[in-house]
Ligand binder design. Structure first.
Ligand code: SME
Length: 160
């Protein structure tokens, strides 16, 4: 097991720098994408407070299919442009949703979720995965969270 010291008083950008360093160290030289996604989901859940779900969906043919995650069992398949995850895939850009109930077509996998951040992972010019973070708090995600998870997505190019 890998233990990471996390100081809850660390400012958010510094916390995301530490998360990125840990993610780089854990995935360096490891070619197995499932292992890498599993460890990244676990790291995000350890480092980022106030989440009820964190994990991956993979683009498989014309659908997103559930990947490694931490949280309650979730919807397995999501169509192109369906829900927040499908929108991030279709548009190829991060979706920050302050209130999921105000997002048309939001897919409620976990009834506790109030806000959501979904970041596409782009490899060789196409979206191959999305990273999905759910929070039970309204408007939980800001620019620092977006930048932090987008940096993880960039790191994962070639690693998942
Ligand atoms: N809420 C997402 C579905 C995935 S779960 O939150 C884990 C969506 O609307 O795409």
């Amino acid at each position: 097991m890998f233990a990471f010291e996390i100081d809850p008083d660390t400012p958010k950008p510094a916390l995301y720098d530490e998360l990125l360093d840990a993610a780089r160290a854990l995935t360096e030289g490891e070619a197995d994408s499932v292992a890498n996604m599993a460890n990244i989901a676990a790291l995000i859940a350890q480092y980022v407070p106030d989440l009820n779900w964190a994990g991956f969906y993979r683009v498989v043919e014309d659908e997103l299919v559930l990947g490694p995650f931490i949280g309650k069992p979730a919807c397995i398949r999501i169509g192109h442009n369906e829900g927040v995850c499908g929108a991030a895939w279709a548009k190829g850009i991060t979706q920050v949703v302050a209130d999921v109930h105000a997002f048309p077509g939001h897919i409620a996998c976990d009834g506790d979720t109030r806000s959501e951040l979904v970041v596409p992972v782009i490899q060789s010019g196409r979206v191959t995965h999305v990273i999905d973070l759910d929070s039970p708090s309204l408007a939980r995600f800001d620019k620092d969270d977006q930048t932090g998870i987008e940096n993880i997505a960039k790191l994962l190019d070639g690693r998942i």
